[in-house]
Design a protein around this ligand. Structure first.
Ligand code: ADP
Ligand code: MG
Length: 484
């Protein structure tokens, strides 16, 4: 995937803005006391409010607002001390109230930004237009019965943050980097678990194309993308489709589209509804939301060190590359694991081991760092064995695989399998003598000026020692004996 697309009439540029719906972490729903836990039996977590019973009054759950403010602060947003809940009216079988309580003209957060990190180490600032709080809808189930559809209202009324970016993204990769970074921040501050499979993070992608630097084109909105891969493919497909339309002399209709993952294409769902179609008006059951500045400031004081700050610190304090630091800070747990391994040890070595060996094994096993069979302390002990020359780095990789599979300590495995590296000069000298006697012709060649053979002797000595000789000692002694 590239940043631009070559069409028949020249180069085109992507313009992308994302609307992310993030389910707020809170025990109960936005306006009712019903549980938000995932995976319950259908309609087991529905209060009369969530079912849209007449005469019920919504009561705001301030935990949800606190979570939205936390998120807004983490996104460098302006927290509005005065915001308003509106009714967004539409009919849908999974929306029993006949309207969604949302925020429209006066959201709780406006004007933030976040920094995306690209593969090549480049970063870009992406504007965030707003973050508002709203209710989630229920779910229509069409696959339970051939003749009828069912409605599950467990999700109805769960608090969502809708986070709307400016149209600042310029490629499918940037859109991916934006969602990854946003998810990372949400997890750091503990306001959304970011689980796309369970639907706690859903993305609508707005896509248009233009000739570089030209006016913004007409956009289409692709709804409910629930995986990073689908999102990127949908954006790419949609941009191509629009270019085909435009280059054939047509116009792009502003519409809402769906991505069909099986066919890899987007298709029209409905022409874009306008705000006035929803007849927004302030919900008469809810007073405007007023927040005290001191309360907001108090939330700000509890924010953890965020990914960007942590990345800068890892680069400055530990001299890590931007890439390594970026990988380590993406998840808070990973960063904490790394810091424990690196404490009092070689920072760069620790980073290599955590990124290549630990993440490699975790990936293969489909586990997170919290489920790692090797603790940070245990990994640290292994690195100590490399540092003090007990085992070589090469042997350590095998020991680590063993630790990961059996949960045993590094020292115990080295002991059991007799992997201790031989650094004893007497023992190594004996092996060298034996190799030199056997390869006397090569020794003569070497001494006659064929320096390249040195590596051959190192290899032979390592082999004869069963891979256990300390390579550094082998090198030193060989030089002395061959050259002397
Ligand atoms: P709506 O309420 O109709 O969805 P918004 O103004 O809230 O409209 O914009 C929704 C999203 O569309 C935002 O993420 C914004 O960045 C994006 N957007 C606006 N104009 C364009 C455009 N020309 N091309 C691509 N995305 C756009
Ligand atoms: Mg929208």
């Amino acid at each position: 995937m590239a940043n631009t697309i070559e069409g028949a009439t020249g180069t085109w540029e992507y313009v992308i803005g994302l609307e992310v719906h993030a389910q707020i972490i809170s025990n109960s729903k936005l306006f009712s006391g019903a549980s938000t836990e995932f995976g319950a039996d259908p309609n087991a977590q529905v209060s009369p409010i969530d079912a849209g019973m007449p005469g019920m009054l919504p009561v705001i759950n301030m935990t949800c607002i606190e979570q939205a403010v936390r998120t807004g602060l983490a996104l460098n947003g302006t927290i509005n001390t005065h915001s308003v809940f509106d009714r967004k009216n539409y009919f849908y079988p999974d929306l029993p109230q006949g309207y969604q309580i949302s925020q429209y003209k006066q959201p709780v957060v406006s004007e933030g930004n976040l920094t995306i990190d690209m593969e090549d180490g480049e970063t870009r600032d992406i504007g965030i237009e707003r973050l508002h709080v709203e209710q989630d809808a229920g779910k229509s189930l069409h696959d339970q019965d051939p003749a009828s559809s069912y409605v599950d209202l467990n999700r109805s009324g769960i608090g969502l943050m809708e986070i709307v970016s400016k149209p600042d993204l310029r490629s499918p990769e940037e859109a991916g980097a934006y969602v990854r970074k946003l998810r990372s921040i949400l997890r750091y501050v503990g306001t959304c678990d970011g689980n796309m499979q369970e639907g706690s993070l859903r993305v609508d992608a707005n896509v248009s194309v233009r000739k570089p630097g030209g006016e913004l084109g007409t956009r289409c909105e692709i709804k409910n993308l629930n995986s990073m891969r689908f999102m990127q493919r949908a954006i790419e497909y949609e941009a191509m489709r629009q270019i085909d339309v435009l280059e054939a002399g047509g116009e792009v209709d502003q519409e809402t589209r769906l991505f069909d993952a099986n066919r890899g294409e987007t298709r029209s769902m409905r022409s874009k509804e306008e705000a006035h179609d929803y007849r927004y008006f302030p919900d008469p059951d809810l007073l405007p939301l007023r927040l005290e500045q001191a309360w907001i400031d108090g939330i700000g004081e509890t924010l953890p060190e965020l990914p960007d700050a942590k990345k800068d610190r890892f680069m400055a304090e530990f001299s890590l590359s931007a890439y390594d630091a970026g990988v380590l800070v993406a998840e808070q747990e990973n960063a904490a694991f790394y810091e424990e391994v690196a404490d009092g040890r070689d920072k760069k070595l620790a980073a290599n081991w955590v990124i290549s060996e630990l993440f490699g094994q975790l990936n293969k096993a489909g586990k997170t760092v919290d489920e790692s069979p090797v603790s940070a302390a245990a990994m640290g002990e292994l690195l100590d064995l490399i540092a003090d020359g007990t085992i070589s780095g090469r042997t350590a990789k095998d020991v680590f695989t063993d630790m990961f599979e059996t949960g045993k300590a590094a020292g115990a495995i080295v002991e059991e399998k007799g992997l201790k590296q031989v650094s004893d000069t007497g023992a190594i000298e004996a092996v060298i003598d034996e190799v030199m006697a056997r390869e006397d012709a090569k020794v003569a060649e070497y001494r006659g000026g064929k320096d390249k053979l040195f590596g051959f002797f190192v290899g032979q000595v390592m082999k004869a020692s069963g891979g256990k000789a300390n390579p550094k000692v082998v090198n030193e002694l060989l030089r002395k004996k061959l050259d002397g």
